[in-house]
Design a protein around this ligand. Sequence first.
Ligand code: TYF
Ligand code: FE
Length: 380
Amino acid sequence: MEYEKPTERPEIGKFLAFDHLRFWVGNAKQAASFYTSRFGFEEVAYQGLETGERDFCTHVIRNGDIVLAFTTAIQPGNSEFYGELETHGDGVKDVAFTVDDARSMHEKAVSRGAKSVREPEELKDENGSVIIASIQTYGDTIHTLVERKDYTGPFLPGYKESTTKDPVNEFIETPKFERIDHVVGNQPDLEMEPTAEWYEKMLDFHRYWSVDDSMIHTEYSSLRSIVMCDFDEIIKMPINEPAPGKRKSQIQEYVDFYGGPGVQHIAMKTDDIIDTIENMRKRGVEFLTIPDTYYENLRKALAEAPIEVKEDLDVLQKNKILIDYDDKGYLLQIFTKPVEDRPTLFFEVIQRNNHNGFGAGNFKSLFESIELEQERRGNL
Ligand code: TYF
Ligand code: FE
């Protein structure tokens, strides 16, 4: 269902972009290397022993405006870090937003009941200054608010620029991503609504779109989802929860393996999905497969549809790219298999052609494809 956009700007302040996503991982060097070689990112910044940081090491990679930071603890006995790693495995710890005023946003959220995990602080080095502050959201996940004052460096003050290029990116053309489109959080049963309310209350987000289990179900499982977003509709955060079915919902499977709520998928926007996916396939990225019947049905439906898909359907079919449309436009999307050993985090690549949805028309085929993978994992 769709919702009315609020008419008046709320008092929280402005969200300018997804600033970066910080992962907590067992080995930051190797995790960053996976995304540079397989996904075509480049390392842009580094913090660790060589920069005077003795407790953590972080490798920061970038493609377009997408910035991923991989952090690990490098001293034995870091129980806060390794406690979370023991529960979740590698995962997204921090969904950071670029904002216009980090101090005031943090103060407002905390006065409304949000838990502060880092008080506002100005970070400075020779490249300028940044104000950061963090609050807790679902599970162990946090939101860092980043106010970039006059900072011109590679990531944040205290990081040094990385200049070594991944040689794989010399051999294979790099995929071109633009920015993060949305970041999805999975919740345990009956936690979606309280989580949506948290975003309304703490960050003045509004409801953008939702689906319930009467609309979205396969023979075996179902889920509910509400997309929350900021006033300017730049930050989109869908929130999912499982719904009862004959078998375990993919959302419940995630929550069981992650040990609670957390980030399920990261959607990366591109303006050339065919090139991007062909490229990622060459690099060994694995995607969910979609049966040919999906494309047979789609061809028939598109023949009657008021829009025209510019891309060659044979090429979309060969790459298993999904298409959803309405009478004004369409979107193309595809999903990777989980990128880790636990069936937790995966990625989506999305191209939008005058269509702001999330692919509801594809949910049934997509979820059937996910269920095939779940079955292979012994999840009956
Ligand atoms: O973000 C979305 O809503 C879509 C669809 O487990 C989706 O990408 C929703 C739930 C899910 C996988 C994909
Ligand atoms: Fe998505």
